[in-house]
Design a protein around this ligand. Structure first.
Ligand code: ADP
Length: 274
């Protein structure tokens, strides 16, 4: 829903959102966000936050203004990948996101906790409420792309994101294991049931490249191929297991990573028309 501020009441367009009694909420009046893409996965640990971070880095390198809304409230990993330790500030306009070294704007629950390792032990509706607050009350300003790092699965938060934020579409992250493939179909089906376009799939941990001979090994097999066929979705990119990437994420310097595994994925997102 490119260009949609989410405020149906003041909008003259008669799009589907209005007719269907949409639950889409407006973002703050200071925000001008051109495209919104949610990154989801069926299962945890497949590298969804890593892919979100790398997409943001690749988009920012192409000159886009990018923000990341970390909606993975109970397992937030985005601030760590970018080395963000500051707490979120607030002024009369709203909550101010942190800005990374290359200008990517980030908001995450970890920027609001006294200690980064404090657990978030909240009920689903409270967690979903915070995600809504990140959408409505953060002063994002002008953004070309807002990426939303959703928690894994099909629970409260993905539901809130799908219902209340005017997404262009979602990117589904998977790893090529049969078990993950089975569960990832739930994410596809959820998007389908809620009329959210699937931009495509990114297969993470696809292979490992031998540093000596350059040969590629498919550690987990080719589990995602059948899903791509079955769902008719696009495979946007395959990302290998990369020791340097893991190290740089741990060190909080993901912006220094030199690989361009997601270049094609970013091109596809750029060209995606709902
Ligand atoms: P998720 O968001 O799906 O739970 P994360 O992105 O947090 O998963 O990744 C889990 C762990 O795996 C992290 O430590 C991350 O650095 C590592 N990881 C993810 N993808 C890769 C990759 N392609 N190469 C190396 N390490 C990876």
């Amino acid at each position: 829903m490119a260009g949609c501020g989410g405020n149906c009441e003041s909008c003259s367009s008669n799009c589907g959102s209005k007719e269907n009694g949409s639950l889409i909420e407006p973002t703050g009046i200071f925000n001008n966000i051109k495209h919104i893409v949610a990154v989801v996965s069926g299962k945890g640990g497949v590298g969804k936050s890593t892919v979100t971070s790398m997409l943001a880095v690749e988009m920012s390198r192409k000159g886009y203004k990018v923000g990341i809304l970390d909606a993975d409230i109970t397992g937030p990993s985005i601030p760590k990948a970018f080395g963000i330790k500051d707490k979120a500030l607030q002024n009369e306009l709203g909550i101010l996101p942190a800005e990374t070294k290359t200008g990517i704007k980030i908001i995450s629950v970890n920027m609001m906790l006294e200690q980064a390792d404090a657990p978030v032990i909240w009920r689903g509706p409270v967690i979903a409420g915070l995600v809504k607050q990140f959408w409505q009350e953060v002063v994002w300003g002008d953004l070309d792309y807002l990426l939303i790092d959703c928690p894994p699965g099909t629970g409260d938060v993905p539901l809130t994101v799908f219902q209340t934020i005017p997404l262009d579409g979602i990117v589904i992250v998977t790893s090529p294991q049969d078990l993950v493939s089975l569960i990832v179909k739930k994410a596809f089906n959820m998007a389908d049931m809620m009329n959210i376009p699937v931009i495509g799939m990114i297969e993470n941990m696809s292979y490992v490249k031998c540093p000596d001979c350059g040969k590629e090994f498919s550690v987990f097999g080719n589990g995602s191929d059948s899903i791509v066929k079955e769902t008719g979705s696009k495979l946007l990119a395959k990302m290998p297991i990369d020791v340097n990437l893991a190290k740089q994420i741990d060190m909080g310097v993901v912006e220094l990573f030199e690989g361009d595994f997601l270049e094609n994925a970013v091109n596809e997102i750029e060209n995606f028309k709902k």
